[in-house]
Design a protein around this ligand. Structure first.
Ligand code: 173
Length: 325
């Protein structure tokens, strides 16, 4: 829980005299950067359902929807400027405003530890300054990314391959020799179908949501990084809420974040489903696997540090497992 949310919740518990009699029901606008009813929107949809059920007469969220309503890479700016009040997005989709947000993918420690070691508060300050927002809940974690291909490779070398990326994968895939093209998730199917790309980066879960298994021959193992999807609220919106409304939002956020542990089960289910769909695994082992993962993290951090040297160095101390200079 964000320290501020903890403080708000605690203050409310302590001062039961805080009263909102006669307060008007508030309706907030909510948007997701992922397609509606797909894996990465589901936690957000559960959050909205909870707020709307528990907040009757007090606070409601009007779910505007996903990429049909707004391009995913514009969600960050819509949240920052208050065009929407609440958003579900991943850091890679708003690096234009906050390059450091993409560093969430590099966390090698559990979020509870990152909350304790100061990493969370450090990020919260950046969200405040750069996105005019408060991070309510990271509901996706422990969910590795993979390379999916339609041409086989025999070693960690992507020379000659053109891959679909977002900022998550750019530095890593380029370091392995790939040519890259950035697209929103909604354009991946067509890019594969037309042979515009030879593969794509995506986490272990969710490829069935958009039918990509039909156009995918191989998955490369091991995975790398830990996907992040979070629920964010505009700061001005938050400050307009009364304590009861804030508590309803904070409680729903906490409940959804607690469900993030279930992701590991979903990972296993999708691994089995990919196998059943005939997606072959290209597996690197031993030194190749170690070098592959080491390159992922080294290039990932190098990318963050290039864009934000001071914050990047701090975040690396909070997020990386055993980082020594
Ligand atoms: O590949 C992507 O679109 C991407 O960056 C992402 C990030 C988190 C979850 C799912 C996809």
């Amino acid at each position: 829980m964000d320290n501020r949310l903890v403080a708000v919740t605690a203050a409310l518990v302590l001062s039961s005299s805080v009263h909102v009699a006669g307060a008007q029901e508030v309706t907030l606008k909510g948007i997701t950067a992922f397609a509606e009813k797909t894996f990465y929107s589901r936690g957000f949809e559960r959050f909205i359902e909870k707020v709307n059920a528990d907040g009757k007469g007090v606070i409601q969220i009007n779910y505007i929807g996903g990429p049909k309503a707004m391009p995913p890479f514009e969600v960050g700016n819509a949240l920052k400027t208050g065009v929407v009040d609440i958003a579900n997005a991943t850091g890679a989709f708003y690096t234009n405003l906050m390059p450091e947000a993409d560093a969430w993918k590099l966390t090698e420690r559990p979020m509870v530890e990152i909350r304790e070691n100061g990493g969370y508060a450090y990020m919260a300050a950046l969200y405040d300054q750069k996105l005019n927002a408060i991070l309510l809940a990271r509901h996706i974690d422990n969910n590795p990314f993979h390379i999916y291909l339609n041409k086989p490779i025999s070693k960690p070398d992507l020379t000659g391959l053109k891959l679909r990326i977002t900022p998550v994968y750019r530095d890593f895939f380029q370091a392995l020799g790939a040519t890259v093209v950035q697209t929103a998730p909604g354009e991946v199917y067509t890019a594969l179908e037309r042979g515009v790309v030879d593969g794509y980066g995506w986490p272990i879960t969710g490829i069935f949501d958009l039918g990509w298994q039909e156009k995918t021959k191989y998955r490369v193992d091991p995975g790398f990084y830990s996907a992040e999807v979070s629920i964010l609220i505009n700061k001005a919106t938050w400050s307009r809420l009364n304590d009861t409304q804030k508590k309803l939002i904070a409680d729903a956020a906490r409940a959804i974040e607690a469900q993030a542990a279930e992701t590991v089960r979903e990972n296993e289910a999708d691994i089995a489903r990919q196998k059943a769909a005939g997606i072959a695994v290209i597996e690197f082992t031993g030194a190749d696997a170690e070098a592959f993962r080491a390159t992922a993290y080294e290039t990932g951090w190098a990318g963050i540090l290039k864009q934000s040297p001071v914050h990047g160095a701090k975040l690396r101390e909070f997020f990386a497992k055993a980082y020594s200079r």
